[in-house]
Design a protein around this ligand. Structure first.
Ligand code: PGA
Length: 256
């Protein structure tokens, strides 16, 4: 049996209307329903959660969100959405520590708190990590290792079944080109090594490591084949259905 590939569609703050959101979600589900070894997580903005919630058309489409509150009790937290509320709406994946959220002030400590509340609710946390810049001396590996360790500080080995790590070099997010697939391979191995140090090899083998940053239908195949990652986190392209549909079909056609 082929290995399953996970594709996370991070819609970010798109699209502009509910009708468009419904359209994108329906098309994504329809395409996903024809895929044989690809799972798709739709992460719309919270106001559009309802459009991603139905799994009637496709058993391999899941609902995710882009962020969550670190608070677990209902109460005076204006603007926050609790993880238990998301679970009640059928959310199965939550992105934590996206660099755009980190840039707005989330520290590793806050990310680790969010990861903790997500996995404790038996939801899968997609934890984003990635260096701001690369240097020839390899200092970025130290940064990456620290970020992974700190972001996962509150997660127990038994909860790692609810963990996905998305490696997203910040310089590639929103950029024209993705990182080259050989570098993606090297770095994803490094991520696995840090996970091995933290939780042991058995866990590190099972935790999916995704790549994100300027992924599209043109580069996706090499990223999976040469980069050897377990899936992709797709931003911009995930709301453009012609490109995203093609990307999904290409990925699904790879024999792993
Ligand atoms: P991008 O974003 O695909 O638009 O580069 C990826 C991400 O931020 O998750």
């Amino acid at each position: 049996m082929s290995k399953r590939i996970l594709v996370v569609a991070n819609w970010k703050m798109n699209p502009a209307t509910l009708e468009e959101a419904r359209n994108i979600a329906q098309k994504t589900r329809r395409i996903a329903s024809r895929l044989t070894h690809t799972d798709v997580v739709i992460c719309p903005p919270n106001v559009f959660i309802s459009v991603g919630a139905s799994r009637t058309k496709s058993a391999n489409t899941y609902l995710g969100v882009q962020s969550v509150s670190p608070y677990v009790e209902e109460g005076p937290h204006t603007g926050e959405v609790g993880v238990h509320m998301l679970r009640d709406l059928g959310v199965e994946y939550v992105i934590a520590g996206h660099s755009e959220e980190r840039a707005r002030g989330d520290t590793d400590a806050e990310v680790s708190k969010k990861v903790e509340v997500i996995v404790n609710e038996n939801i899968t946390a997609i934890v984003c990590v990635g260096e701001q810049t690369r240097d020839d001396g390899g200092a970025y590996l130290e940064t990456l290792s620290e970020q992974i360790r700190n972001s996962l500080a509150n997660i127990q080995k038994r909860n790692t079944k609810n963990l996905v790590v998305a490696y997203e070099p910040i310089w590639a997010i929103g950029a024209k080109d993705a990182m080259n697939p050989e570098q993606i391979y090297e770095t994803s191995l490094f991520v696995k090594k840090v996970l091995t140090d933290l939780f042991g090899q058995d866990v590190a083998m099972k935790v999916k490591v995704l790549y994100g940053g300027a992924v599209n239908a043109v580069n996706a195949s090499d990223i999976i084949k040469i980069g050897k990652v377990d899936g992709l986190l797709v931003g911009r392209e995930s709301v453009h259905m012609s490109g995203f549909g093609e990307l999904l079909r290409i990925i699904d056609g790879i024999n792993l």
